[in-house]
Design a protein around this ligand. Structure first.
Ligand SMILES: [Zn+2]
Length: 60
């Protein structure tokens, strides 16, 4: 019997969107997430940050 495996977004569960697997770790804890583009946006923003980069603060 043929089977089809579909990976859905862990946040929305939509079956019509491709997903990307992300691995998030803190200390010894590691979690895997499959997220669609929409729900991966916050993680993608973090991945775009340069290590050690901080937001500049403007004082007037
Ligand atoms: Zn989603």
């Amino acid at each position: 019997m043929a089977q089809i495996k579909i990976v859905v977004c862990d946040e929305c569960g939509a079956i019509d969107r491709p997903t990307i697997r992300y691995v998030l770790g803190k200390g010894m804890a590691t979690r895997f997430f499959d997220l669609c583009v929409e729900h991966a946006r916050p993680l993608e923003r973090i991945l775009e940050l340069k290590p050690g980069a901080r937001q500049a603060t403007v004082t007037t």
